[in-house]
Design a protein around this ligand. Structure first.
Ligand code: XLS
Ligand code: NI
Ligand code: NI
Length: 447
């Protein structure tokens, strides 16, 4: 494929739209940003550098609107082509045109998203090699960058019983082959990270599952992924994406805390990080902020797939997250800990099936971008005011006092601590946690 200045012979796909620019909160242009002003400096950093936003290939360009109950509902012009390969090339041209018009810096993909249908593992390898060259040409042309790549290990029916945790070694070898190729492609493209989402690494019933064996496999082959990363000199993070269930009944990567236990068992702490998704957080019974706080406190923070579910049904509906408060609560955990490093905010979100126009893809992303920008501004205000921080400091201040220090010292024993109660005549009272006051501080800062 030749990639000319316009993005190939096929472009433009969105002739009537864009570029999407910052126009400010007073603007009533639905195809403009009201809050995302990429060069605005917030907490000492440009908004673009804080948020490092990415558009995902699978929901935005690949999905044709098919669901469990209905046929494709979208007629994307890039789904048609002179051949399956031509359609893949057209999809790629559309992807870079869309990203450029939205003025966002990053994209993410699965191996199968960027190639024509590939009947064998060998064909997928060849097609991915070719697609990698085409992606590199588009990156050079547009300046857009790869946030992360990933191998799709859930779609092919051979992975029905898992990929790395499959009972059949032949199938595990195919999964390893796909991961090796996709990690190499991600590296060749200067990708910032590599993600593994274990959608089918788990079980549907214990009646046919050897948990012990499958977890051993998972640890073993994940260790080899890490070994390969170092072998090829890939500097980005390897990340696992926590999710408790769907498509399988139980997923081994249930949540961040579970992954921590798994990584420490296989000596992979510090080597593997997490890619957190709000909709997966709520599926596991946690808030988005909880998962971020847990990852930060365990030194596992990687990246974010930004989206949300629907609070009534609990599925992974992958909607654009418009909940400014929810994202602010997550950002006040993330930003003081140093922010995203190599990670970013990837819009792992899709328009609803009834939103069938190309303009709906723009409205979805513009809403998501602006909501995130408002959350960033809200979080920055809270952090700059410092009231939350000083409240926490005051709450734990006792640990700086002599008794607190002595209790944490290595010389302390259960006896030495217990004896202090009578010796010092301790009979302490409870201090207010001030939850409602703190919640009001958050609400008052929302932009
Ligand atoms: C699905 C996951 C998926 C990963 C990429 O629930 O979120 O989209 O992010 O394989
Ligand atoms: Ni995701
Ligand atoms: Ni998801």
């Amino acid at each position: 494929m030749t990639v000319d200045a316009q993005g190939g012979a096929h472009a433009p796909f969105f002739p009537e739209i864009g570029p999407i620019c910052f126009e400010g909160p007073q603007s009533d242009n639905p195809l403009a940003y009201q809050y995302y002003d990429k060069d605005r400096v917030v907490l000492g950093k440009r908004m673009e550098d804080h948020l490092r936003m990415a558009v995902c290939y699978w929901h935005t360009y690949c999905w044709d609107g098919v669901d469990m109950f209905g046929a494709p509902a979208f007629e994307r012009p890039w789904h048609q082509g002179a051949s399956p390969r031509d359609a893949a090339d057209r999809k790629m041209a559309a992807a870079f045109e869309f990203l450029t018009k939205l003025d966002l810096p990053f994209y993410c993909f699965h191996d199968v998203d960027v190639v024509e249908p590939s009947p064998t593992p060998a064909a997928l390898s060849d097609n991915l090699r070719r697609a990698t060259e085409a992606l590199a040409a588009h990156q050079d042309r547009t300046g857009k960058r790869l946030l992360w790549g990933t191998a799709n290990l859930t779609n092919h029916r051979r992975y029905a019983a898992g990929a790395l945790t499959n009972p059949d070694p032949d199938i595990v070898a195919c999964a390893v082959h796909q991961i090796r190729d996709c990690l190499n492609a991600t590296h060749a493209l200067g990708g910032q990270n590599y993600v593994l989402w274990g959608g089918r690494e788990g079980y549907d019933t214990l009646l046919n599952t050897r948990l012990d064996r499958e977890l051993e496999q998972y640890g073993r082959f994940l260790s080899l992924v890490v070994e390969h990363k170092h072998k090829i000199g890939f500097k980005g993070k390897i990340m696992i994406e926590p999710k408790p269930h769907e498509p399988v009944y139980h997923m081994y990567d249930f949540d961040t805390a579970t992954i921590y236990g798994f990584l420490s068992r296989f000596g992979l702490l510090g080597e593997v990080h997490v890619n957190i998704e709000p909709n997966h957080s709520t599926l596991s019974g946690h808030s988005f902020a909880h998962e971020i706080a847990m990852a930060v406190s365990l030194g596992m923070m990687g990246s974010i797939d930004i989206n949300c579910g629907n609070s009534q049904n609990g599925w992974d509906t992958d909607q654009f997250n418009l909940d400014i408060r929810d994202m602010t609560l997550a950002l006040i955990e993330l930003l003081p800990a140093g922010g995203l490093d190599t990670g970013g905010f990837n819009f792992d979100a899709k328009v609803r099936r009834q939103s069938s126009d190309l303009s709906d893809l723009f409205f979805g992303h513009i809403g998501g971008v602006d909501a995130l920008a408002r959350a960033l501004l809200s979080a920055a205000e809270l952090i700059e005011k410092g009231a939350l921080k000083s409240h926490k400091e005051a709450r734990y201040a006792g640990w700086q006092d002599p008794l607190g220090q002595a209790m944490m010292a290595e010389t302390a024993s259960l006896d030495s601590i217990a004896d202090q109660v009578v010796e010092q005549g301790l009979n302490p009272d409870h201090a207010s946690g001030r939850q409602e006051y703190l919640e009001n501080l958050v609400n008052r800062s929302l932009v």
